[in-house]
Ligand binder design. Structure first.
Ligand code: 5GP
Length: 192
């Protein structure tokens, strides 16, 4: 998506040649016009979705945006912290390594919210190594839900997430695809 690529070039900051900071329009302050356009683009690649699955926190806004483009289907977000009021028997859990924080999180979803009748679209802000995506895929498998694909705002191809997911037979769509960083600038996949 050209609009997103232009904005990343203009306002994104690269940290340690590995992390893209886009907190002025995606991850902290959100440009809602841009969010709506990204959501439309991501949603246009999928049909017959019954539910969207994301992970707290940054995925939630985009999951809602995509849902609105697909007929306001339900959005479920996996939780990263344990709640004292939830019985372990009633949740699906998966372990996810956080790339940016270098810690493992156990993510969970209440069993009531994923089912074998669901065709799930997984939505997230970033795809790097694919760990968050595989945690969400794991939750869908436990619920015997179909997975229609993964839609992300930004993917960083050099970290291998897309390859791993496509190797598992799952479709990946991104609104901006970064091939690599060079001299503190972003090189998109389509301008290699
Ligand atoms: P993965 O699990 O695919 O390795 O990384 C995806 C998760 O890590 C995303 O949910 C996102 O929160 C975070 N992440 C990975 N790379 C970046 C990055 O370059 N910038 C930001 N802001 N978050 C990232």
């Amino acid at each position: 998506m050209e609009e997103l690529e232009t904005r990343i070039k203009q306002d994104g900051k690269i940290i340690n040649n590995e992390i893209l900071k886009i907190d002025s329009f995606i991850n902290h302050q959100i440009d809602v016009n841009l969010l709506n356009n990204i959501s439309k683009y991501l949603a246009s690649n999928f049909k017959n979705i019954t539910k969207i699955l994301t992970i707290e926190t940054s995925g939630i806004a985009f999951a809602i945006g995509v849902s609105q483009c697909l007929g306001n289907i339900p959005v479920v977000f996996a939780k990263k912290s344990k709640s004292k009021i939830v019985d372990e028997k009633n949740i699906y859990t998966a372990r996810v390594h956080s790339f940016t924080k270098n810690v493992d999180n156990v993510i969970s979803v209440d069993k009531r919210f994923l089912s074998n009748n669901d065709n799930i679209l997984i939505v997230d802000d970033f795809l790097a190594e694919g760990n968050a995506a595989f945690g969400l895929i794991d939750l869908c498998h436990q619920a015997n839900s179909e997975i229609a694909g993964i839609a992300v705002v930004v993917e960083k191809r050099f970290q291998g997430g897309r390859e791993r997911i496509e190797h598992a037979g799952i479709k990946v769509v991104s609104a901006a695809s970064i091939d690599h960083f060079e001299n503190n600038t972003v090189v998109f996949y389509n301008e290699k």
